[in-house]
Write a new protein. Structure first.
Length: 381
Protein backbone atom coordinates (compact mmCIF):
# COMPACT_ATOMS: atom_id res chain seq x y z
CA UNK A 1 0.00 0.00 0.00
CA UNK A 2 1.15 3.50 -0.73
CA UNK A 3 0.66 6.36 1.66
CA UNK A 4 1.28 9.59 -0.09
CA UNK A 5 0.83 10.79 -3.60
CA UNK A 6 1.73 14.44 -3.57
CA UNK A 7 1.48 14.78 -7.34
CA UNK A 8 2.65 18.36 -7.04
CA UNK A 9 -0.58 19.44 -5.36
CA UNK A 10 1.24 20.95 -2.40
CA UNK A 11 2.83 23.59 -4.58
CA UNK A 12 0.44 24.42 -7.40
CA UNK A 13 -2.40 26.87 -7.36
CA UNK A 14 -5.68 25.05 -7.03
CA UNK A 15 -7.60 26.69 -9.89
CA UNK A 16 -5.42 26.04 -12.90
CA UNK A 17 -7.36 25.46 -16.16
CA UNK A 18 -4.37 23.96 -18.01
CA UNK A 19 -3.76 21.48 -15.25
CA UNK A 20 -7.48 20.67 -15.04
CA UNK A 21 -7.54 19.96 -18.79
CA UNK A 22 -4.48 17.73 -18.46
CA UNK A 23 -6.12 15.77 -15.65
CA UNK A 24 -9.38 15.48 -17.61
CA UNK A 25 -7.32 14.16 -20.54
CA UNK A 26 -5.71 11.60 -18.24
CA UNK A 27 -9.18 10.49 -17.12
CA UNK A 28 -10.15 9.91 -20.75
CA UNK A 29 -6.96 7.96 -21.51
CA UNK A 30 -7.39 5.81 -18.41
CA UNK A 31 -11.05 4.97 -19.09
CA UNK A 32 -10.05 3.97 -22.65
CA UNK A 33 -7.25 1.80 -21.27
CA UNK A 34 -9.62 0.15 -18.79
CA UNK A 35 -11.87 -0.36 -21.82
CA UNK A 36 -15.26 -1.15 -20.34
CA UNK A 37 -18.20 0.92 -19.21
CA UNK A 38 -19.43 2.16 -16.96
CA UNK A 39 -16.53 2.40 -14.53
CA UNK A 40 -18.28 3.36 -11.31
CA UNK A 41 -16.57 5.13 -8.44
CA UNK A 42 -18.17 6.77 -5.43
CA UNK A 43 -17.30 9.91 -3.53
CA UNK A 44 -18.30 9.80 0.13
CA UNK A 45 -18.68 13.49 0.76
CA UNK A 46 -21.32 16.13 0.13
CA UNK A 47 -18.56 18.68 -0.31
CA UNK A 48 -17.15 16.67 -3.21
CA UNK A 49 -20.54 16.76 -4.94
CA UNK A 50 -20.78 20.48 -4.30
CA UNK A 51 -17.41 21.11 -5.95
CA UNK A 52 -18.24 18.80 -8.86
CA UNK A 53 -21.50 20.65 -9.47
CA UNK A 54 -20.16 24.15 -8.82
CA UNK A 55 -17.21 23.82 -11.18
CA UNK A 56 -19.07 21.76 -13.77
CA UNK A 57 -16.58 18.94 -13.44
CA UNK A 58 -19.01 16.27 -14.65
CA UNK A 59 -18.87 17.82 -18.08
CA UNK A 60 -15.17 16.94 -18.16
CA UNK A 61 -15.61 13.34 -17.04
CA UNK A 62 -15.45 10.75 -19.83
CA UNK A 63 -18.84 9.15 -20.52
CA UNK A 64 -17.53 5.78 -19.43
CA UNK A 65 -16.74 7.13 -15.96
CA UNK A 66 -19.69 7.19 -13.59
CA UNK A 67 -18.92 9.26 -10.48
CA UNK A 68 -21.71 8.43 -8.08
CA UNK A 69 -22.67 10.15 -4.88
CA UNK A 70 -22.51 8.35 -1.58
CA UNK A 71 -23.88 8.92 1.91
CA UNK A 72 -21.82 12.07 2.33
CA UNK A 73 -24.13 14.46 4.07
CA UNK A 74 -24.64 14.19 7.81
CA UNK A 75 -27.98 15.97 7.62
CA UNK A 76 -29.33 13.62 4.96
CA UNK A 77 -28.44 10.46 6.83
CA UNK A 78 -29.78 11.55 10.23
CA UNK A 79 -32.49 8.98 10.72
CA UNK A 80 -36.17 9.83 11.09
CA UNK A 81 -36.45 8.60 14.74
CA UNK A 82 -33.50 10.82 15.67
CA UNK A 83 -35.34 13.86 14.28
CA UNK A 84 -38.46 12.60 16.05
CA UNK A 85 -36.62 12.54 19.37
CA UNK A 86 -35.64 16.19 18.94
CA UNK A 87 -39.17 17.17 17.88
CA UNK A 88 -40.77 15.33 20.82
CA UNK A 89 -38.35 16.96 23.25
CA UNK A 90 -39.15 20.39 21.85
CA UNK A 91 -42.88 19.69 21.99
CA UNK A 92 -42.42 18.59 25.63
CA UNK A 93 -41.27 22.13 26.36
CA UNK A 94 -37.50 21.51 26.44
CA UNK A 95 -35.42 24.15 24.69
CA UNK A 96 -33.56 22.61 21.72
CA UNK A 97 -30.64 24.14 19.81
CA UNK A 98 -29.33 22.78 16.52
CA UNK A 99 -27.57 23.63 13.25
CA UNK A 100 -29.69 25.51 10.69
CA UNK A 101 -29.75 22.63 8.21
CA UNK A 102 -31.35 20.32 10.74
CA UNK A 103 -34.29 22.63 11.30
CA UNK A 104 -36.31 21.61 8.26
CA UNK A 105 -35.37 17.92 8.04
CA UNK A 106 -38.66 16.04 8.18
CA UNK A 107 -39.29 13.55 10.97
CA UNK A 108 -42.19 11.13 10.97
CA UNK A 109 -44.79 13.87 11.24
CA UNK A 110 -42.92 17.12 11.79
CA UNK A 111 -39.60 18.92 11.62
CA UNK A 112 -38.06 21.10 14.29
CA UNK A 113 -39.19 24.08 12.19
CA UNK A 114 -42.79 22.80 12.47
CA UNK A 115 -42.36 22.41 16.22
CA UNK A 116 -41.05 25.98 16.41
CA UNK A 117 -44.01 27.25 14.40
CA UNK A 118 -46.26 25.53 16.98
CA UNK A 119 -44.52 27.50 19.74
CA UNK A 120 -41.69 25.20 20.79
CA UNK A 121 -38.39 26.81 21.79
CA UNK A 122 -35.93 25.92 19.04
CA UNK A 123 -32.69 27.87 18.52
CA UNK A 124 -30.34 27.79 15.54
CA UNK A 125 -26.64 27.83 16.39
CA UNK A 126 -23.51 27.78 14.24
CA UNK A 127 -21.43 25.69 16.61
CA UNK A 128 -21.70 23.53 19.68
CA UNK A 129 -19.73 26.18 21.57
CA UNK A 130 -22.43 28.71 20.74
CA UNK A 131 -25.01 26.29 22.17
CA UNK A 132 -22.98 26.09 25.40
CA UNK A 133 -22.82 29.89 25.61
CA UNK A 134 -26.57 30.03 25.10
CA UNK A 135 -27.06 27.51 27.93
CA UNK A 136 -24.86 29.58 30.24
CA UNK A 137 -27.23 32.52 29.91
CA UNK A 138 -30.37 30.50 30.60
CA UNK A 139 -32.07 29.28 33.75
CA UNK A 140 -33.70 26.40 31.89
CA UNK A 141 -32.45 23.19 30.26
CA UNK A 142 -30.89 23.38 26.78
CA UNK A 143 -30.49 20.29 24.61
CA UNK A 144 -28.08 20.49 21.69
CA UNK A 145 -29.29 18.25 18.83
CA UNK A 146 -25.89 17.27 17.47
CA UNK A 147 -25.48 15.99 13.93
CA UNK A 148 -22.41 15.47 11.78
CA UNK A 149 -19.61 13.03 11.18
CA UNK A 150 -16.42 12.54 13.15
CA UNK A 151 -15.30 16.03 12.15
CA UNK A 152 -18.08 17.75 14.12
CA UNK A 153 -18.33 15.01 16.76
CA UNK A 154 -14.82 16.00 17.90
CA UNK A 155 -16.09 19.53 18.60
CA UNK A 156 -19.00 18.14 20.62
CA UNK A 157 -16.61 15.89 22.56
CA UNK A 158 -14.29 18.80 23.30
CA UNK A 159 -17.16 20.82 24.74
CA UNK A 160 -18.26 17.96 26.99
CA UNK A 161 -14.71 17.50 28.24
CA UNK A 162 -14.51 21.22 29.03
CA UNK A 163 -17.05 21.09 31.87
CA UNK A 164 -20.12 22.71 30.27
CA UNK A 165 -22.94 24.12 32.45
CA UNK A 166 -25.20 21.56 34.13
CA UNK A 167 -28.29 22.73 32.22
CA UNK A 168 -26.59 21.70 28.93
CA UNK A 169 -26.98 18.26 27.37
CA UNK A 170 -26.51 16.60 23.99
CA UNK A 171 -28.91 14.57 21.86
CA UNK A 172 -26.32 12.87 19.68
CA UNK A 173 -27.10 12.00 16.08
CA UNK A 174 -23.37 11.95 15.25
CA UNK A 175 -22.23 9.32 12.74
CA UNK A 176 -18.94 7.61 11.96
CA UNK A 177 -18.08 7.27 8.25
CA UNK A 178 -15.82 4.18 7.87
CA UNK A 179 -18.54 1.63 8.82
CA UNK A 180 -20.99 2.91 6.19
CA UNK A 181 -18.38 2.36 3.46
CA UNK A 182 -18.40 -1.29 4.51
CA UNK A 183 -22.17 -1.40 4.05
CA UNK A 184 -22.01 0.19 0.59
CA UNK A 185 -19.19 -2.16 -0.45
CA UNK A 186 -21.22 -5.17 0.70
CA UNK A 187 -24.52 -4.18 -0.92
CA UNK A 188 -25.35 -6.82 -3.55
CA UNK A 189 -26.47 -4.05 -5.91
CA UNK A 190 -23.25 -2.06 -5.39
CA UNK A 191 -21.31 -1.27 -8.52
CA UNK A 192 -18.66 0.79 -6.76
CA UNK A 193 -15.14 -0.05 -7.95
CA UNK A 194 -13.34 2.61 -5.93
CA UNK A 195 -13.99 5.23 -3.27
CA UNK A 196 -12.97 8.87 -3.18
CA UNK A 197 -12.86 9.27 0.60
CA UNK A 198 -13.73 12.51 2.39
CA UNK A 199 -10.60 14.53 3.06
CA UNK A 200 -12.08 16.47 6.00
CA UNK A 201 -13.03 13.32 7.91
CA UNK A 202 -9.66 11.74 7.11
CA UNK A 203 -7.84 14.66 8.74
CA UNK A 204 -9.27 13.23 11.98
CA UNK A 205 -9.11 9.48 11.37
CA UNK A 206 -5.98 9.42 9.15
CA UNK A 207 -5.78 7.49 5.89
CA UNK A 208 -4.54 4.34 7.64
CA UNK A 209 -8.10 3.67 8.81
CA UNK A 210 -8.98 2.57 5.26
CA UNK A 211 -6.30 -0.12 4.98
CA UNK A 212 -8.32 -2.90 6.66
CA UNK A 213 -11.31 -1.90 4.51
CA UNK A 214 -9.30 -2.24 1.30
CA UNK A 215 -7.90 -5.56 2.46
CA UNK A 216 -11.40 -6.87 3.22
CA UNK A 217 -13.21 -5.66 0.13
CA UNK A 218 -10.51 -5.40 -2.51
CA UNK A 219 -11.74 -1.92 -3.47
CA UNK A 220 -9.26 0.99 -3.68
CA UNK A 221 -9.64 4.18 -1.65
CA UNK A 222 -8.17 7.57 -2.56
CA UNK A 223 -8.43 10.31 0.07
CA UNK A 224 -9.14 13.57 -1.77
CA UNK A 225 -9.50 17.25 -0.94
CA UNK A 226 -12.18 19.62 -2.17
CA UNK A 227 -10.60 21.89 -4.76
CA UNK A 228 -11.50 20.97 -8.36
CA UNK A 229 -7.91 19.85 -9.00
CA UNK A 230 -7.94 17.72 -5.84
CA UNK A 231 -10.99 15.88 -7.13
CA UNK A 232 -9.69 15.43 -10.68
CA UNK A 233 -6.29 14.25 -9.41
CA UNK A 234 -7.98 11.89 -6.96
CA UNK A 235 -10.09 10.38 -9.75
CA UNK A 236 -7.02 9.94 -11.94
CA UNK A 237 -5.33 8.02 -9.17
CA UNK A 238 -8.40 5.87 -8.56
CA UNK A 239 -8.53 4.92 -12.25
CA UNK A 240 -4.80 4.19 -12.27
CA UNK A 241 -5.28 1.73 -9.41
CA UNK A 242 -8.32 0.14 -11.07
CA UNK A 243 -6.27 -0.27 -14.26
CA UNK A 244 -3.35 -1.82 -12.36
CA UNK A 245 -5.70 -4.15 -10.51
CA UNK A 246 -3.95 -3.96 -7.13
CA UNK A 247 -6.30 -2.21 -4.68
CA UNK A 248 -4.64 0.03 -2.11
CA UNK A 249 -5.08 3.30 -0.21
CA UNK A 250 -3.62 6.48 -1.65
CA UNK A 251 -3.53 9.78 0.19
CA UNK A 252 -4.10 12.47 -2.44
CA UNK A 253 -4.62 15.13 0.24
CA UNK A 254 -1.22 15.09 1.94
CA UNK A 255 -1.33 18.80 2.77
CA UNK A 256 -4.01 18.01 5.40
CA UNK A 257 -4.12 14.24 5.97
CA UNK A 258 -1.54 11.96 7.57
CA UNK A 259 -1.54 8.20 8.05
CA UNK A 260 -2.32 8.48 11.79
CA UNK A 261 -4.65 11.47 11.57
CA UNK A 262 -5.18 13.92 14.40
CA UNK A 263 -4.38 11.85 17.49
CA UNK A 264 -5.44 14.53 19.97
CA UNK A 265 -8.84 14.79 18.23
CA UNK A 266 -9.23 11.00 18.16
CA UNK A 267 -8.47 10.85 21.86
CA UNK A 268 -11.23 13.36 22.61
CA UNK A 269 -13.67 11.60 20.26
CA UNK A 270 -13.25 8.14 21.80
CA UNK A 271 -13.11 9.46 25.36
CA UNK A 272 -16.63 10.82 25.03
CA UNK A 273 -18.30 8.65 22.38
CA UNK A 274 -18.75 4.94 21.74
CA UNK A 275 -19.81 3.54 18.38
CA UNK A 276 -23.16 1.74 18.32
CA UNK A 277 -25.21 0.23 15.52
CA UNK A 278 -28.12 2.20 14.14
CA UNK A 279 -29.95 3.16 11.01
CA UNK A 280 -28.68 5.73 8.55
CA UNK A 281 -31.68 7.36 6.94
CA UNK A 282 -32.75 5.55 3.80
CA UNK A 283 -29.62 3.39 3.67
CA UNK A 284 -29.46 0.58 6.20
CA UNK A 285 -28.65 -0.41 9.72
CA UNK A 286 -24.95 0.44 10.03
CA UNK A 287 -23.07 -1.52 12.71
CA UNK A 288 -20.90 0.92 14.70
CA UNK A 289 -22.12 3.78 12.51
CA UNK A 290 -23.71 5.90 15.28
CA UNK A 291 -21.79 7.79 17.95
CA UNK A 292 -23.44 7.83 21.38
CA UNK A 293 -22.20 9.30 24.66
CA UNK A 294 -20.41 6.86 26.93
CA UNK A 295 -22.10 6.06 30.25
CA UNK A 296 -19.64 8.17 32.20
CA UNK A 297 -21.05 11.24 30.45
CA UNK A 298 -24.68 10.32 31.21
CA UNK A 299 -25.20 13.65 32.94
CA UNK A 300 -24.78 15.34 29.54
CA UNK A 301 -26.77 12.74 27.59
CA UNK A 302 -30.25 14.07 26.76
CA UNK A 303 -31.49 10.50 26.19
CA UNK A 304 -30.64 9.66 29.79
CA UNK A 305 -31.73 12.98 31.22
CA UNK A 306 -35.20 13.18 29.70
CA UNK A 307 -37.95 10.66 29.13
CA UNK A 308 -38.41 10.91 25.35
CA UNK A 309 -41.57 9.03 24.47
CA UNK A 310 -41.99 8.57 20.73
CA UNK A 311 -44.98 6.24 20.92
CA UNK A 312 -47.57 8.94 20.13
CA UNK A 313 -45.95 9.65 16.77
CA UNK A 314 -46.76 6.27 15.30
CA UNK A 315 -50.47 7.22 15.24
CA UNK A 316 -49.65 9.25 12.15
CA UNK A 317 -48.86 7.79 8.74
CA UNK A 318 -46.06 9.38 6.70
CA UNK A 319 -47.36 11.32 3.72
CA UNK A 320 -47.73 9.63 0.34
CA UNK A 321 -45.09 12.00 -1.05
CA UNK A 322 -42.56 10.93 1.57
CA UNK A 323 -43.02 7.30 0.61
CA UNK A 324 -42.04 8.15 -2.99
CA UNK A 325 -38.74 9.75 -1.91
CA UNK A 326 -35.74 7.70 -3.09
CA UNK A 327 -33.09 9.42 -0.93
CA UNK A 328 -31.85 6.03 0.27
CA UNK A 329 -31.11 4.81 -3.26
CA UNK A 330 -29.38 8.11 -4.05
CA UNK A 331 -27.12 7.91 -1.00
CA UNK A 332 -26.32 4.26 -1.73
CA UNK A 333 -25.28 5.28 -5.25
CA UNK A 334 -28.04 3.33 -6.98
CA UNK A 335 -30.05 6.30 -8.31
CA UNK A 336 -29.65 9.98 -9.20
CA UNK A 337 -31.94 12.86 -8.20
CA UNK A 338 -33.32 13.02 -11.74
CA UNK A 339 -34.62 9.47 -11.25
CA UNK A 340 -36.98 10.77 -8.55
CA UNK A 341 -40.42 11.72 -9.83
CA UNK A 342 -40.74 14.40 -7.15
CA UNK A 343 -37.46 16.17 -8.00
CA UNK A 344 -37.98 19.85 -8.86
CA UNK A 345 -41.78 19.56 -8.78
CA UNK A 346 -43.19 18.34 -5.47
CA UNK A 347 -39.77 18.44 -3.85
CA UNK A 348 -37.82 21.72 -3.98
CA UNK A 349 -35.50 23.41 -1.44
CA UNK A 350 -38.31 25.68 -0.20
CA UNK A 351 -40.53 22.66 0.61
CA UNK A 352 -38.37 19.55 0.77
CA UNK A 353 -40.00 16.13 0.85
CA UNK A 354 -36.82 14.25 1.66
CA UNK A 355 -33.69 15.09 3.61
CA UNK A 356 -31.50 15.19 0.47
CA UNK A 357 -33.29 18.40 -0.58
CA UNK A 358 -32.67 20.16 2.73
CA UNK A 359 -28.98 20.39 3.43
CA UNK A 360 -26.45 22.41 1.45
CA UNK A 361 -24.53 19.12 1.14
CA UNK A 362 -27.59 17.13 0.08
CA UNK A 363 -27.34 15.74 -3.44
CA UNK A 364 -30.86 16.75 -4.51
CA UNK A 365 -30.38 20.29 -3.18
CA UNK A 366 -27.03 20.60 -4.99
CA UNK A 367 -28.45 19.34 -8.28
CA UNK A 368 -31.44 21.65 -7.95
CA UNK A 369 -29.20 24.61 -7.17
CA UNK A 370 -27.08 24.00 -10.27
CA UNK A 371 -29.90 23.71 -12.77
CA UNK A 372 -31.30 20.25 -12.24
CA UNK A 373 -28.58 18.25 -13.96
CA UNK A 374 -25.05 19.43 -13.30
CA UNK A 375 -23.60 17.44 -16.23
CA UNK A 376 -24.82 20.20 -18.51
CA UNK A 377 -22.63 22.87 -16.98
CA UNK A 378 -19.35 23.76 -18.64
CA UNK A 379 -15.98 23.45 -16.97
CA UNK A 380 -14.88 26.65 -15.27
CA UNK A 381 -11.96 25.85 -12.99
S1 LIG B 1 -18.81 16.65 7.32
FE1 LIG B 1 -16.93 17.11 6.22
S2 LIG B 1 -16.33 15.18 5.33
FE2 LIG B 1 -18.44 14.98 5.92
S3 LIG B 1 -19.66 15.50 4.17
FE3 LIG B 1 -19.42 17.34 5.32
S4 LIG B 1 -17.61 18.30 4.50
FE4 LIG B 1 -17.56 16.20 3.79
S1 LIG C 1 -35.97 14.90 -4.96
FE1 LIG C 1 -36.80 15.04 -2.89
S2 LIG C 1 -38.18 13.33 -2.72
FE2 LIG C 1 -36.82 12.90 -4.45
S3 LIG C 1 -35.10 11.75 -3.59
FE3 LIG C 1 -34.53 13.89 -3.55
S4 LIG C 1 -35.12 14.59 -1.51
FE4 LIG C 1 -36.19 12.66 -1.87
Amino acid sequence: MRGSADDGLNEVKFRDPARARALAGALTRLTRAIDRRPISVMHVCGSHEQAIAKFGLRASFPRALDVIMGPGCPVCITDVPEVDEAVVLARQGVRVATYGDMLRVPGTVASLADARAEGAKVDVVYSVSQAVELARGLDEELVFFASGFETTAVATAAVILADPPTNFSVLSAHKYIPPVMEIVAEMPSSRVEGFLAAGHAATITGWGVFEPFVARHGVPVVVAGFEPLDILAGLVQLLEIILEGTPRVVNAYPRCVTREGNLAAQQKLWKVFRPVGGRWRGIAHVPNGNLRLKDEWAAYDARKRFAIDLSGLWDYAPSALTSQCICGDIMAGISSPSDCELFGRDCVPESPVGACMVSSEGTCKIWHQYGGHPDLTTVSV
